[in-house]
Design a binder for this molecule. Structure first.
Ligand code: 45M
Length: 326
């Protein structure tokens, strides 16, 4: 049985985390994304005008799926599209011999401009893979029957290298016990229910967060508008229309944010929520918590995930998420 571990290296401000992947004989840095289900890369088929500074997948090593294509739009309105190959993909020693690899023929500006990222490796459910005419499986679904345990884990860290594992849980990476919650995969996401919250350890805050997804591909923590408003009232933040979100002082006084999941409380340090200065040297920071208005549910992105050890587990028949304090 296979198992393995790969580093997750943070970009500036932990905006995204990138992991090394070998596709054919190309070595690429991909953004592992539990919020989508396509494995795509900049390629020899991506226009030079869009791929300056990126490593590219050489599709010559692959077998083209004739007449197949893909096209994806992400929650932040970025997107890409192209052709489809099968090729050997290796992640931390775990090998998929015939993985669908989606070669980009077009990518949106934010992907071209982020030269650290050579593409994405989707880890949501294969039901939302965009390949036509026949949907393809994610890397995890492709290797799942060969894994020691049908699960992968995510250990993202603030400003430091973390890791993803496939096929095993590394109990040295968390403290205390793991709390498991059921996952509703009907929309293709790692969707769960979050409970009550508190700001700055003040257990007077009431209400509950509700339906949420665990999304490594989203940088911030998007919560219901009422919860977000309650947080910034205590944090001394304000909604800045020009910035299109809440901002707050960078000065280190931001309160912690705690949320109950499966009856256990998980805490995001205030320092994670003073996310990044509006511009270099500014004493005002963009907030790591923002309202989930219009999305339909909350998004537990990297700001939350780097405060926990997360286990994405399909070994029990029904999918489940495990969380433990880091
Ligand atoms: O696209 C999503 N996550 N991944 C990525 N974002 C940007 C690049 C990769 C996403 C998924 C579900 C919801 Br609801 C909102 C956003």
């Amino acid at each position: 049985a296979q198992s393995g571990e790969v580093a997750a290296d943070p970009q500036q401000y932990d905006q995204a985390y990138l992991s090394p992947v070998t596709i054919g004989n190309s070595e690429l840095m991909l953004d592992f994304d539990t919020g989508s289900a396509d494995l795509w890369a900049f390629s020899n088929e991506t226009p030079a005008s869009q791929s300056q500074g990126h490593e590219r997948y050489d599709s010559a090593t692959g077998t083209e799926l004739d007449g197949y294509s893909w096209s994806i739009t992400y929650g932040d309105q970025s997107g890409a599209g192209g052709n489809v190959y099968t090729d050997k993909v290796v992640v931390g020693g775990v090998t998929a011999t015939r993985q669908a690899v989606e070669a980009a023929t077009s990518v949106s500006a934010s992907f071209s401009q982020n030269i650290d990222s050579d593409g994405l490796l989707g880890l949501a459910f294969s039901s939302i893979n965009t390949v036509q005419p026949r949907q393809q499986t994610t890397f995890f679904d492709t290797v799942r029957p060969t894994l020691a345990k049908a699960l992968f884990t995510c250990d993202l860290r603030q400003g430091d290298a973390g890791s993803y594992t496939f096929g095993y849980i590394d109990s040295s990476k968390y403290q205390g016990t793991v709390t498991y919650v059921p996952v509703d995969d009907s929309q293709g996401f790692w969707q769960f229910t979050a409970g009550g919250y508190s700001v700055g350890g003040d257990n007077a805050t009431s209400g509950s967060v509700g339906t949420a997804i665990a999304d490594t591909g989203t940088s911030l923590l998007y919560l219901p508008a009422a919860v977000t408003k309650a947080y910034y009232e205590q944090a001394g933040g304000r909604y800045d229309n020009q910035q299109g979100g809440y901002t707050l002082p960078c000065n280190g006084g931001a309160p912690d944010f705690s949320v109950a999941i499966g009856g256990k409380t998980f805490t995001v340090p205030g320092s994670y929520i003073a996310y990044a200065p509006l511009t270099t040297g500014s004493s005002t920071c963009f907030g790591g918590i923002q309202p989930d208005t219009g999305i339909g549910f909350s998004i537990f992105g990297d700001v939350f995930l780097k405060a926990v050890y997360a286990i994405f587990d399909v070994s029990q028949g029904s999918p489940r998420l495990g969380f433990a304090a880091q």
